[in-house]
Design a protein around this ligand. Structure first.
Ligand SMILES: Cc1ncc(COP(=O)(O)O)c(C=O)c1O
Length: 394
């Protein structure tokens, strides 16, 4: 008898249609490979979908966050507040610019930042807040903006997972000074690597466009389309090279034709999980707060939420890991929802932090679990995951 599982279901799977795959040939054949007409088209489609006034394509969400803070003149001596439970990149960009990371804890119901703890972390040196719309659930943006506005603090939304997420009808990424999206393959729209910045501020958009392109006052495309393509642009800023290629943009733009369908499908899959686990006390599925539309970049749950206390975290963690191990053996990939950045050695050592400094982020690090969810998931695959979740629980 074989030990091979009946089926294997990955945590995520890239799902590209044939015409989307073919779309990358256009720029390859045209010879215009970087930040040309395809990038412009992708940006326009992104603005149309999100309702942002301006979209600026870059090389990743990490560079989008970095460029946003740089454009807002964030630098040495400045503090930025970052939720302790997020991908490490949200904090790293603060370090890259010589700033100080100030963590705040999360709300265990939503995995997003805890407004009360955020308010406690404000100091006269706070220059930026980076709310994260974790896993596709919008953060409490009215509260964040109220705290920020009265103090003149910049708000850079980490919307890496935020595609399709709406806050009182408005797409995330359009609520702060800038919004930053990721096109990494685990995201709903992918360009391999890639990112997008959204903003409603025209001056900021112009600065972001310069900074992504070595600080140039005019892009190569604008120069080539202009009256004197043979003269080089001025560089008013010492910028970076964070330009997206036209090959990536063609792939991204092609997927935008079914952007709304992708969101609807992910939400439909989430509803099936919600219903399957509705009466299970040992698995808390993602909440659906009023006024918020979840985009479901991933389906992040709590394991044994009722049992979690500061004392019991190690025991629940052990059980969760044993369960993940059994699910892996059964062919079902799972992951902790994400990591608690204050527990990673760079931040733990630099800022002398311990897990208990942000107890909710610590609990989420040790007791969360994401189940497979991706558009293109079959009924058989999702049925298998649900069956195995029940069968393999320790
Ligand atoms: C919350 C969050 N922020 C930032 C990033 C970084 O995105 P990228 O890989 O596009 O740089 C990720 C990536 O998964 C993320 O989940």
């Amino acid at each position: 008898m074989s030990d091979r599982p009946a089926m294997t279901v990955p945590i995520a799977r890239t799902s590209l249609l044939e015409d989307e795959i073919q779309s990358v040939l256009g720029p390859l054949r045209s010879g215009w490979l970087v930040q040309g007409p395809q990038v412009r088209d992708f940006e326009e489609k992104w603005s149309a979908f999100t309702g942002a006034a301006h979209s600026i394509a870059v090389t990743s969400c990490t560079t989008a966050l970095h460029l946003s803070l740089a454009a807002l003149d964030f630098g040495p001596g400045d503090e930025a507040i970052v939720p302790a439970f997020t991908w490490i990149a949200t904090a790293n960009v603060v370090e890259h610019l010589g700033g100080t990371v100030v963590f705040c804890d999360i709300d265990p119901l939503t995995f997003n930042l805890d407004l009360k703890d955020l308010a406690r972390k404000l100091t006269p040196r706070t220059r930026a807040i980076l709310p994260v719309h974790l896993f596709g659930l919008p953060a409490e943006m009215d509260g964040v903006n109220a705290l920020a506005k009265e103090r003149g603090i910049a708000v850079v939304e980490d919307a890496a997972c935020g595609f399709g997420a709406r806050y009182h009808g408005r797409h995330v990424g359009t609520l702060g000074d800038t919004g930053c999206f990721s096109f990494h393959p685990r995201k709903a729209i992918t360009t391999g690597e890639g990112g997008m910045i959204t903003t409603n501020d025209a001056d900021l958009a112009a600065k972001l466009r310069r900074l992504r392109d070595h600080g140039a006052a005019m892009s190569d495309l604008q120069r080539h389309l202009g009256a004197r393509p043979y003269l080089l642009a001025d560089h008013p800023d010492a910028g970076y090279n964070q330009r997206m290629t036209d090959i990536q943009a063609a792939l991204g733009a092609a997927q935008m034709a079914r952007a709304a369908d992708i969101v609807t499908e992910r939400q439909r899959l989430a509803r099936i999980y919600d219903d399957a686990f509705a009466s299970v006390p040992w698995l808390r599925t993602p909440p659906r707060p009023a006024g918020m539309e979840h985009g479901y970049q991933s389906y992040a749950c709590w394991y044994e939420p009722e049992a979690i206390t500061v004392e019991s975290i190690p025991r629940v963690n052990e059980k969760r890991n044993a369960w993940m191990d059994r699910l892996q053996q059964a062919g079902v990939s799972t992951r902790p929802a994400t990591h608690a950045v204050h527990m990673l050695s760079f931040y733990r050592n630099k800022y002398q932090l311990s897990p208990t400094d942000f107890p909710q982020a610590w609990a989420a690090n040790d007791c969360s679990i994401s189940l497979p969810l991706f558009h293109g998931m079959t009924e058989a695959e999702q049925g298998y995951v649900i069956e195995q979740v029940f069968l393999n629980r320790p």
